[in-house]
Design a protein around this ligand. Sequence first.
Ligand code: ATP
Length: 369
Amino acid sequence: MTHLELDGVTKIFGDPNKDGVVAVNDLDIDVPDGDFLVLLGPSGCGKTTTLRMIGGLEEPSEGEVRFDDTVVNDVKARNRDIAMVFQDFALYPHMTVSENLGFGLRREDNGMDDDDIEARVTETAEMLEIESLLNNKPAQLSGGQKQRVALGRAIIREPRLFLFDEPLANLDAQLRKTMRTEIDELQSEVGITSAYVTHNQEEAMTIADKIAVLDAGELQQLGTPDQVFNEPANLFVAQFVGSPDMNLFDATLTETADAYGIEMDGASFDLPKRLVDAEITTDEVLVGFRPQDFYQTRRRALDGPEFDADVRVVEPVGTEAVVHGDSAPGDVTAKVGGFHDISSGERLSLTIAPEHVYLFDAETEELLK
Ligand code: ATP
């Protein structure tokens, strides 16, 4: 088990004094023993570079990478005792599944004889339910089976750390879902500290103990899936996490003798109670509503903002529907139940509970709390 820490880690490609690219900037991340960290962010935000610095494939320009309090900046990748799983599986095509699984163990100076290795290969194959494939070559396997073998090759060595770089990117949507559950279960079972790169927020939410959300090389938030969804540190996190996207509207903070209020086009409402004592230094705010948090006023009275929306499109999703409409504050997307009775052209009256209203400082884009 390994406690992984990144302390002020920065990576600049090229000449820092000329046209160098700051791929990762001053990253502080702490991953306790056995935890599953997901590095999440859009293309180019620095996820892979961060993972490569943890793995020793890239050297930090500044800062420290530590395994159990020991700085490993100068330790070569092959001496870090880590296992990496990539999206292209990286299996040896001429070897059978059994040989692929055992390869790492045969190469190491670990005191294991052939029988020991065979026993470990069988045990690992059973864990991943690929026992029946042990004599097959990679070309005879499906994508999901290949990825299982790649995972098996990683866990068989019982490394200090697992590093995953978009391991499910080449699988179809259904298989991605199954495999991410399997990776999650497997990691909990073996209890090995892991770092996992993805740009898929849904994948991150289901698999992570902690998510590090990155944008342009900067850490935006480090938190549990619940924290990044329910208390997004800023506008970037709020927009990147959650689907469909959060609705955002310009608004102004108003103050009368006895109350604070929020005014946006077509609706005004009281400042949510939790924010009455908050230190808010701006009048210009952005109001955020998650599509899942809307109700129709005819079904519920919530004491929060209310406004009408003219339905443009209804997209059924199981027993719910995603409804896109025009409203006075702007384009609105709502996910609502009971869609059978909603059709385009109709006017909906939407409302939302005050505790589900997010407010962001329009200038700094930080969450007000
Ligand atoms: P993706 O999801 O597209 O793989 P990412 O979040 O993993 O993106 P990185 O691959 O870490 O992003 O890249 C971060 C930034 O660093 C990008 O601007 C990229 O162009 C730059 N970069 C990465 N590797 C190098 C390199 N070897 N030389 C120069 N610039 C690089």
